[in-house]
Design a protein around this ligand. Sequence first.
Ligand code: NCD
Length: 360
Amino acid sequence: MERYAEQTQQEFEGWEEFYSKMVDEKLDHFKSEGRLFDIIYAQQFDREFLDYLCNLADMIRGLAKTKMGQEKLRNLLPHKRAMLYFVQPSTRTFLSFQTACYILGLSVSETRGTTTSSEVKGESPEDTIRTFASYVDLIVCRHPQAGFAEKMAWVLNQTERPVPVLNGGSGPDQHPTQALLDIYTLEREFYNVGGLDGKKIAMVGDLRRGRTVRSLSYLMKNYKDVELYFVSPDIFRMKDDIKSFLEKHNIPFHETDDFESIMPTVDAIYMTRIQDEYAESPSGKAETHPEFHFKTKHLAMIQPHCVILHPLPRRYEIEVTVDKDPRAAYWRQERCGMWIRAALIAHIFGVEQEISNEFS
Ligand code: NCD
């Protein structure tokens, strides 16, 4: 199989040059007529867009409470088709995108592994995506390789069917729509305490390879007086690219391996899983780093309004008994993903006005 793949790998002229550019220089490439078209990196979102999208998600959510509202939503995009190309394991991102499409009336096709597509025969991922674009109007992709969604969008944008590409997770690099749902969740959870501005947020666990915390860190530049606490074992510290970004944007951050010491200080704790699928060499028994787990006893140490988030899946990082505490927001966070992704798709296809008309 790999031999086939090697034989068919061909260079795309200009890609390496494009990929090596700074993200800021590339943003225009993923817009169309001044609007976001492909969603590749978290750096594409500004405060205005984030506020607007959270508001749109709330409206969709409100409409979906009634049968009539759901019918209206389903009538927005029944003429559009989406392809979910998920060749790395996924439960929430896949299901929430699929459900978001159904909410807006889109029909959905899926490929969930390279072994059932013509990639087995040696077709390149670029040709595979181009094939999808022949049949659908939107492609969401999740892939183990950093830069994958970016390359697919770049390739498609040079064809006669440049359908939007949404990055549903590109290796250990970025997960921009997860960052959107994290922001949406934080804004909702902090609704009665002044929103996300001015809050102290701890990110805990595998910060080195966790794409969710990387994308979320980028979004912090949009919020006033936010302070970050990176809590991890030494081997999983946040990478320098994110730290330089935060320094450039004057976002204070602190690094520590003493989780309990920061618990009483912070307003949100974002837990993560150790991303051992990216381990350079598979180790025998994986180290679980219990000092970086959130245990039931810790509930007494955090503030009354402190929210506990996790992109999920969870393994041992949060004791299940924590779930009963109202500050455990990760199940609500999961549901927020469906609404914010529906809002994003509605925006991409330009039907937001029809949604807000229902509220005027
Ligand atoms: C995350 C991911 O895939 O990066 N999950 C998700 O999309 N909700 C986090 C993880 O897998 O640990």
